[in-house]
Design a protein around this ligand. Structure first.
Ligand SMILES: [Zn+2]
Length: 314
């Protein structure tokens, strides 16, 4: 290693280097959890994210985005066919979240890149109605389902554009339906894939850090590697697929290695071996050290501070 490459990189340099497959001084890391502020304001949301950033010093800020997608006026929930037909494309579906992103951008002062979380339209449809209602729609009226997903995705695409204009490096697209426990991969390709791509398309040429989050333990990893994203975040421990195997399937950058289900209870030596194992698997290239999903919302500070210190010293 040359003397120059031993110099400490900035967070931006480190993240960009792993995206390009270059060696880094140490791996970048990130983790996140929900703050329960979905009924609050953009200001409060930004404050929570920034306080978390200042405490744990991640190289990449994954902005939580928990404001609910607006239900059509006059409805509390979507339950029948006519309700779905009232959904319209929204220019700015999450105005408070955009406020939060602008504050985060300003306060981070270019120290670290941040990505905006966007939930795939299938998940939004479930939240607007219920899991059961969306499943029924798929079985009984698949054409309406496709239209619904399209409308939601166009709104999400508008949100993605606004997020990038507000300074986000890219989007963190959370995919929960590409899992055998929700549907098989053939059904996914048929009903859902297109709606994901509408959102990703909106970021084309404007984002350098799109992250696909594959939520679940039976994820359709092989089908998802063709998505136009730089990074895939998945649960190494939940899926049982190690980083070496994932690396052979996906030529981009992986994000994972930490066990989100156990992290709250792990001591220093266990955390250290998880981190070491990930470093060994990837040789300090093409990896953002992170859990495979959100860590528990009530996690004590201690394990997260230990991860920070261990990675920063690695
Ligand atoms: Zn998840």
């Amino acid at each position: 290693m040359s003397a120059a490459s031993k110099l400490q990189m900035s967070k931006f340099e480190r993240v960009k280097a792993v995206l390009h497959g270059e060696r880094v001084d140490r791996l970048p890391f990130s983790f996140w959890h929900h703050f329960g502020l979905e009924k609050s304001s953009g200001e409060k949301q930004a404050e929570a994210i920034l306080a978390f950033y200042r405490k744990f010093d991640p190289d990449l800020v994954k902005v939580m985005s928990d404001f609910p997608y607006p239900v059509p006026e006059g409805l509390e929930k979507i339950s029948i066919t006519e309700d779905w037909e009232q959904l319209d494309v929204l220019k700015n579906p999450f105005p408070e979240q955009i406020k939060a992103l602008k504050i985060i951008h300003k306060e981070l002062k270019g120290q670290a890149p941040f990505v905006e979380t966007i939930f795939q339209s299938w998940t939004v449809a479930e939240k607007l109605s219920s899991r059961e209602t969306v499943r029924k729609l798929k079985d009984q009226n698949p054409n309406l389902l496709k239209r619904v997903l399209r409308v939601i995705s166009e709104s999400q695409a508008n949100h993605a554009r606004l997020a990038l204009e507000a300074g986000a490096a890219g989007i963190f697209l959370a995919i929960a339906a590409a899992d055998d426990l929700v549907m098989d991969s053939q059904e996914y390709l048929k009903f859902v894939r297109e709606s994901d791509l509408v959102i990703l398309d909106a970021t084309k040429g404007k984002s350098y850090l799109n992250i696909l989050h594959l939520h679940g333990n039976k994820v359709h990893f092989d089908n998802m590697v063709a998505y136009p994203v730089q990074v895939i975040n998945y649960s190494v421990h939940g899926t049982g697929m190690d980083l070496m195997t994932a690396k052979r399937k996906f030529s981009g950058t992986l994000m994972g290695g930490l066990n989100e289900a156990r992290i709250a209870g792990l001591g220093e030596s266990d955390l250290k071996s998880e981190i070491q194992e990930a470093i060994m698997a990837m040789q300090k290239r093409r990896l953002i050290l992170a859990p495979g999903c959100s860590v528990p919302n009530d996690i004590p500070d201690d394990p997260l501070l230990k991860v920070r210190d261990l990675v920063q010293k690695s």
